[in-house]
Design a protein. Structure first.
Length: 152
């Protein structure tokens, strides 16, 4: 069973989940929940790294995590992890990179199911036109994360 803790961040409330000393989820909550869960040393470490990221001081994360999903989703998420900090890719580019040029919509659905936002950077995936489209944390958050990563 997952343990969870809720933290207040610059982008709102983040719920961090862990199981057996690995992180299994990071998601943005729409509002402050009634229960804030129970923090652990690992979850505190993850939140500290996220705060360093928000402060522009961290580009890569260093903690154990596991991604639960279908084989296709795992392929997409692995490809997302290859997108460098401050860069973007289109859904079509991700589809081509995993060997299925017709899977842009499916890539979008896999992004939507990404269990560990920010760390697995689905916010770095944009529409073919260069527009910001679809993001589980909301387009405002997606835009803020991309702006943060492109500050010089």
């Amino acid at each position: 069973m997952d343990n969870f803790a809720v933290y207040k961040s610059p982008v709102g409330y983040l719920c961090i989940k862990s199981q057996d000393k690995v992180i299994t989820g990071i998601k943005k909550l729409a509002e402050k929940p009634k229960s804030l869960g129970e923090k652990s040393a690992l979850m505190d470490k993850v939140f500290k790294q996220l705060m360093e990221y928000f402060a522009g001081k961290r580009k890569k994360f260093a903690f154990p995590f596991v991604l639960h999903g279908t084989e296709f989703q795992k392929k997409v998420w692995a490809e997302l992890e290859k997108i460098p900090y401050g860069e973007t890719r289109s859904y079509g580019q991700i589809a081509a990179a995993i060997g299925n040029t017709k899977a842009a919509r499916a890539v979008g659905m896999a992004n939507n199911r990404n269990p560990i936002i920010i760390v697995v950077p689905c916010h770095r995936v944009i529409g073919a036109s260069g527009k910001l489209v679809g993001y589980g944390g909301g387009l405002e958050m997606k835009e803020a994360l991309l702006k943060l990563e492109t500050k010089k």
